[in-house]
Design a protein around this ligand. Structure first.
Ligand SMILES: [Zn+2]
Length: 148
């Protein structure tokens, strides 16, 4: 299938999608900071440079854009994504998914709890519940370590 947009237009489109992608991460960071959690960002020493790392709770939080990381069927953001260039994007997205699988497994193997937050779960109607659940999951991990 022929592409009707130029490479310049395409990269402009993608920049817009990418810049929107950074907002969910900021929401999570602001929330954790307000809750008093201490964290590191994009720790290069860990597989996949996880977005947020909480060393005390041995937890990595990964915020995934629904388009870029191929969120599942129930996802409203993915359902609305343009389908026209899918043949072009599909192999790239599939590589992202493979990489996610690999890095999350490597983190777990190294003893880290990996918490994935999907972009759509931070939309206004779900945000409060998502962030609340996140803080509980983080705290639970410390309880688990103390008990062990
Ligand atoms: Zn989604």
């Amino acid at each position: 299938m022929a592409d009707k947009i130029t490479p310049a237009e395409r990269s402009q489109n993608m920049r817009q999608i990418r810049s929107k992608d950074t907002k969910p991460e900021m929401l999570v960071r602001r929330y954790l900071h307000a809750q008093g959690f201490r964290y590191r960002l994009h720790d290069k020493r860990l597989p996949g440079k996880p977005d947020i790392v909480l060393p005390r709770f041995k937890t990595a939080v990964v915020i995934q854009g629904c388009f870029w990381h191929k969120h599942g069927n129930g996802c409203g953001i993915r359902a609305k994504a343009p389908k026209s260039n899918l043949a072009y994007w599909e192999p790239k997205l599939e590589r992202n998914v493979q990489r996610d699988r690999f890095t999350h497994a490597a983190l777990r193997e190294a003893g880290w709890q990996v918490l994935v937050i999907w972009e759509c779960s931070l939309e206004r109607s779900e945000r409060g519940a998502t962030l609340h659940r996140l803080s509980i999951d983080i705290l639970d991990n410390e309880a688990g370590r103390v008990a062990a």
